[in-house]
Design a protein around this ligand. Structure first.
Ligand SMILES: NC(=O)c1ccc[n+]([C@@H]2O[C@H](COP(=O)([O-])OP(=O)(O)OC[C@H]3O[C@@H](n4cnc5c(N)ncnc54)[C@H](OP(=O)(O)O)[C@@H]3O)[C@@H](O)[C@H]2O)c1
Length: 228
């Protein structure tokens, strides 16, 4: 077992790099065909990770949408759904959010040492709260996931999480869907924020493929010494 899972970042952004608008409603940047493609990618993974910001704002279920894909996983001896994973420093997570209330697979919450006891108390048996250090160590989180048998991890945002994985050099692959419109609102969240990125002009990512999905473009990048 490697010290971390193969880690695939998946994101849809506007042509000007935003992953949502600033309104309270979730903005749909993608199409039905692309949601189905992402579902197919999810089905190849063992765990799915989003940041606590996305749990709070989007309240996603993070389940496989296709019953046929779930059945195929079960036939192969895998759990029907992926292990759900989130990261929080504040511990501000609602036990009633769909991250916790939907699906049968394990739910893991990684948090700072000082928040573990209170959060575990609040979440009860809805999730396992894992001490990820102080400050939280992302390589430590990934090593813990690897130790639990997670070989392939899909990371589905949001911007804060993508920024952490990319700047810490912990992503192997990036699947970036570009929507054919602009948001143009500085109050809206971006795909990635300021930081020192190993994928600099001197050390760019490798563009592995470009796929047209209607008016969307899917860019698949392999990053650094990506592992297969
Ligand atoms: N278009 C897309 O594909 C897509 C996909 C997903 C999300 N989104 C959008 O992204 C936006 C949310 O992005 P976001 O940047 O606000 O939130 P986020 O990236 O989902 O989560 C950020 C949060 O994760 C926790 N976190 C990050 N690094 C951590 C660390 N090292 N240790 C402990 N906790 C850590 C913190 O939670 P605490 O604050 O709890 O400490 C932080 O506030 C939403 O608008 C959503 O709609 C878009």
């Amino acid at each position: 077992m490697s010290d971390r899972p193969y880690t695939l970042l998946s994101c849809a952004m506007s042509a000007d790099g935003y992953i949502d608008d600033a309104s309270p409603e979730r903005l749909r940047l993608s199409s039905a065909a692309d949601f189905d493609r992402v579902d197919g990618v999810r089905a190849t993974c063992d765990a799915i990770l989003v940041g606590a910001g996305t749990v709070r704002r989007d309240d996603p279920k993070l389940l496989l949408r296709s019953p046929a894909r779930r059945e195929r996983r079960i036939a192969r001896g895998l759990p029907g759904d992926l292990t759900k994973v989130t990261l929080t420093w504040s511990g501000d997570l609602d036990p009633g959010s769909r991250f916790f209330t939907t699906g049968e697979s394990p739910k893991l919450v990684y948090t700072g040492s000082g928040s573990v006891a209170a959060l575990a108390d609040r979440l009860g048996d809805r999730a396992e709260v894992v001490d990820a250090g102080d400050p939280v160590s992302l390589p430590g989180v990934l090593a813990d996931l690897a130790g639990r048998g997670v070989r392939r991890l899909i990371v589905e945002g949001g911007g804060g999480i993508h920024t952490r994985f990319l700047t810490e050099g912990l992503a192997d692959e990036l699947q970036l869907v570009v929507a054919p419109f602009f948001i143009g609102d500085p109050a809206a969240p971006r795909f990635s924020g300021p930081g020192v990125y190993p994928q600099s002009p001197a050390r760019p990512m490798r563009l592995d493929s470009v796929t047209r999905i209607g008016d969307l473009a899917l860019l698949r990048y392999l990053i650094g010494g990506a592992r297969g």
